[in-house]
Ligand binder design. Structure first.
Ligand code: TXE
Length: 480
């Protein structure tokens, strides 16, 4: 895949301007491919193709036809699992093992799940003394899907499947840093017979192609996953045009460790929560809050487990962590490690680049890092780093734990580790977040609401929440 193309109106094509941007490997630093540097004119063409598709045969497709198509997409993704996983790993730097067991299987599951969910979705009827109300669900129209680089196909499929299920047309803008599996998805949608113009893919830079999607008057809803500051801009622009908006943004999630936890499970869980996908998941537990009475038992075991993690060639099945997304991102993460030391933190493990030899020394690898001794309100402990860096803090009581966990601008997720059922319920209820896991992390049921509060976003995705976001409810009241 030397040159990735846009997919507009059923045709693979370059940007109208002919301009391209390089997409570099974070594993070796080499150019993997070029992508079209699309601008407003490409987004206009995509929105026009989407409008034509909505006015064409697509509007007559039944729920059953759309669900069957989603199943065909799932089957086609599954048949190309190896190619997709390999491409995702090369494009992101994540271990091939992770792409093969998490990212691509989840993309398959997203299409299967929404095929089933849309068949079963129903709205209630409300009877009155002399009338009955019922709700019709109509597509929103053309929807803009803007996705990040950390879980490229996983997140694009999480939005594409429910948007198609509800009969919308799509203009998708994947991250410029990870364009490749989106292009493979476009090929698959083409092959399984989605009518031209229903799914359009526009590659390019955020402030150019992404901004044009958000601003386009014919795009009626925006589903965005990405950074909080970008999300704020997207929200402002889209709301001013009365578009529906779903914003899934950043997090600074707490892993809360009580002294009555199962220590073995908690250490393993905290490592997984901290460092999955090189710490580049919005749900990652990047602040570990540990009860004082178990701090000295937990921290050395946690640090030891992190020290033993392997970092290197993403194709090596035994590897624990691959590369972060880019050298620029590694520099940002390293600047936080330097800041932590200025703020009085102690690097208990990591903080350095591994010595892997070429070609990997030209990539963006970083040892997993644990920092202790920081104040809970230090910048390092409060700002989203989005890399393999975890800070560890002490707390005394349940109420301290809740106060510390809630003391950040974000409110996405938390995990609570305890064997006291009452405490689990109390703490889960008191945390200002959209999702709480107890004695686990990132265990997902696709039916449940997904999303955050405060600076972590607006709205919920998942199950009926996604189907409702990607449709408009219309009430019909019939008098007897
Ligand atoms: O995200 P951006 P970036 C966080 C994380 C990371 C930071 C920046 O902290 O370090 O965000 O990452 C498109 N109008 N997360 O720079 O910029 C962009 O092209 C419309 C958290 O990658 O938010 C891409 O497709 N679109 C996160 C998408 O927005 C614009 C995952 C996300 O890019 C745009 C990733 C604009 N003006 C990063 N500017 C999570 N919550 O999972 C950019 N884009």
């Amino acid at each position: 895949m030397n040159q990735v193309l846009n997919y507009i109106g059923g045709r693979f094509q370059a940007a109208a301007s002919g301009r391209v941007v390089d997409n570099r490997s974070s594993i070796t630093g080499e150019v993997l491919c070029t992508i079209p540097r699309s601008d407003g004119s490409d987004v206009d063409a995509a929105a026009e193709a989407a409008r034509a598709a909505r006015q064409g045969a697509w509007s007559t497709w039944t729920i059953e036809q759309r669900a069957t198509l989603l199943e065909s997409v799932a089957n086609a993704l599954e048949a190309r699992m190896h190619e997709l996983a390999h491409t995702e790993s090369q494009d992101t730097g994540k271990p091939l093992r992770v792409a093969s067991t998490v990212d691509i299987p989840r993309a398959v599951a997203n299409f299967r799940f929404f095929a089933s969910a849309v068949r079963q979705h129903h709205d209630g009827a409300h009877e009155m003394a002399s009338a009955i109300n019922y709700t019709l669900r109509r597509p929103v129209g053309t929807v803009g899907l803007i996705t990040p680089w950390n879980l490229p196909l996983y997140l694009l499929s999480w939005k594409t499947a429910p948007a198609l299920a509800m009969g919308n047309a799509i203009v998708a803008k994947p991250s410029e840093m990870t364009p490749m599996t989106a292009t493979l998805l476009a090929r698959i949608l083409d092959e399984v017979g989605l009518p031209p113009g229903v799914f359009n893919l526009v590659h390019g830079l955020g402030p150019e192609a992404g901004q044009a999607v958000v601003e386009h008057p014919d795009i009626s809803a925006i589903s965005f996953t990405g950074g909080t500051s970008t999300g704020a801009m997207v929200g402002r622009t889209a709301s001013a045009q009365f578009k529906k908006v779903s914003l899934e943004l950043g997090g600074k999630n707490a892993t809360v460790v009580f002294d009555d936890c199962d220590l073995d499970k908690t250490v393993a869980g905290a490592v997984r929560a901290g460092f999955t996908n090189q710490g580049q998941v919005c749900l990652c537990g990047s602040r570990v809050l540990v009860q004082d009475s178990v701090y000295d038992a937990f921290v050395p075991r946690f640090v030891d487990a992190v020290s033993n993690m392997t970092v290197g060639d993403p194709e090596d099945p035994a590897i624990g962590m691959g590369a972060v997304i880019s050298k620029e991102h590694r520099e940002k993460v390293e600047s936080y490690i330097a800041l932590a030391q200025q703020e009085g933190g102690h690097v208990a493990t990591g903080g350095v680049r591994p010595d892997l030899g070429e070609p990997f020394d030209s990539g963006a690898f970083l040892r997993p890092t644990v920092i202790t001794g920081l104040s809970i309100d230090s910048r390092t402990a409060c700002e989203e780093i989005f890399g393999p860096v975890v800070t560890v803090h002490r707390f005394q009581s349940e109420s301290d734990a809740i106060e510390q966990a809630n003391g950040v601008e974000y409110g996405l997720a938390a995990s609570v580790w305890t064997s006291d059922l009452g405490r689990a319920h109390r703490v889960a209820a008191a945390l200002d977040v959209g999702m709480v896991w107890v004695n686990t992390w990132l265990m997902r049921d696709l039916r449940v609401p997904f999303g955050g509060v405060k600076a972590s976003g607006v709205g919920r995705e998942g199950g009926q929440h996604s189907l409702e976001f990607f449709s408009e409810a219309k009430n019909v009241c019939i008098a007897f």
